[in-house]
Design a protein around this ligand. Structure first.
Ligand SMILES: NC(=O)c1ccc[n+]([C@@H]2O[C@H](COP(=O)([O-])OP(=O)(O)OC[C@H]3O[C@@H](n4cnc5c(N)ncnc54)[C@H](O)[C@@H]3O)[C@@H](O)[C@H]2O)c1
Length: 309
């Protein structure tokens, strides 16, 4: 059993990862400023092998204390997504990049598993799948800080970096700003989707597959270390319009329109190959269709709860 620090462990991905690691018997410490509250981790409080520390990754003394004795670190704390980063540029650089620089400066023999965004691939040629060798060309501040942090972390040789596709699915802190989750939310509540850059291709992955991939990287650290891996679902390389039409199959009253005025801040238009991680033995499994059904249930439940308040 390992001692594991998850910074940002109260978030969308971190809370699901913490849950799995605690249930596997690892000693798990979460350091999180609780931007979105503590609810996502309430269910873990009774576990002896779980500890939540409310704090900021910019607090150097605290970070030093937290990493002491750890075998693995998942540095997930971040200002996440292009819109939030544009709103808080100073905090974005401090949290997404400077805190990583500091962490690396005090690293001893702890191993790191880091989540980059594959939005860093930017705009690529049609029908040519991005591999880990493809050039990273992030445009937004979010993408730039994530890719820069990945570069720094990679240089340690003590890390695995995973370039995540756009995640979908429910979590202890479900994010409704992620593309599939957002489309289902709007499809049910507004019955209308006005889509910009509809032909842009994206790759997707379910949150449970992300968590399994993150744990796979820990369990197979020896053969994966020092490398970057795309982490997505091969059958889920699709355009925004294709995704919307897929959702329409489940919500037939949905009206889809195209908006030519708005632009994607990261100009994400790429398909992704997940062959490299498959070769070391990991494959994402949960389909887009399963994710849509799950999100319909999640949004309906959320709406029901709101109507009781
Ligand atoms: N969700 C995705 O599609 C996706 C894709 C690629 C990469 N990632 C990366 O995965 C990580 C987690 O993303 P998420 O979707 O769970 O986001 P999230 O916003 O749900 O979680 C981020 C967490 O970080 C915490 N945090 C923010 N600033 C902090 C600070 N200064 N100190 C301590 N904690 C702080 C927040 O409270 C939150 O709990 C991020 O690094 C993100 O860039 C996510």
């Amino acid at each position: 059993m390992s001692k594991i620090l998850i910074t940002g462990g109260a978030g969308y991905i971190g809370s699901m990862l913490a849950d799995q690691l605690v249930r596997k018997g690892h000693e798990v410490v979460v350091l999180d400023s609780l931007m979105f509250g503590p609810d996502s981790l309430h269910h873990l409080k009774s576990f002896q092998n779980f500890k939540l520390i409310e704090g900021d990754v910019r607090n150097e003394v605290l970070v030093q204390e937290c990493i002491s004795g750890c075998d693995f670190i998942y540095p997930f704390a971040g200002i996440v997504g292009a819109p939030l980063c544009e709103k808080y540029p100073k905090e974005t650089v401090e949290v997404n990049l400077d805190s990583i620089t500091f962490l690396l400066s005090i690293l001893q023999d702890q191993k790191i598993i880091y989540p980059t965004t594959n939005s860093g691939y930017g705009t690529k040629k049609e029908n040519v799948a991005c591999t880990e060798e493809s050039k990273m060309e992030p445009i937004s501040l979010y993408g730039r800080t994530k890719v820069e942090a990945e570069n720094l972390i990679s240089k340690t040789g003590q890390a695995v970096t995973l370039r995540l596709a756009t995640v979908f699915g429910a979590s202890y802190r479900t994010r409704f700003d992620l593309l599939l989750n957002n489309f289902v939310y709007k499809a049910l509540n507004e019955k209308k989707l006005d889509i910009y850059e509809g032909h842009f291709m994206r790759n997707f992955i379910h949150i449970e597959d992300v968590v399994n991939g993150l744990i796979f990287a820990m369990d197979n650290f020896g053969k994966m270390k020092g490398q970057a891996f795309n982490l997505g679902l091969d059958s889920a390389n699709m355009s925004k319009i294709e995704l919307a039409k897929k959702i329409q199959e489940y919500i037939p009253e949905l009206e889809i329109t195209e908006n030519n005025l708005l632009k994607d801040p990261d100009q994400r238009n790429y398909i992704v190959s997940n062959e490299k991680i498959k070769k070391v033995g990991f494959q994402a499994k949960i389909t887009i269709e399963e994710g849509i059904v799950e999100m319909i249930k999640t949004v309906n439940l959320k709406n029901k709860l709101i109507s009781y308040i």
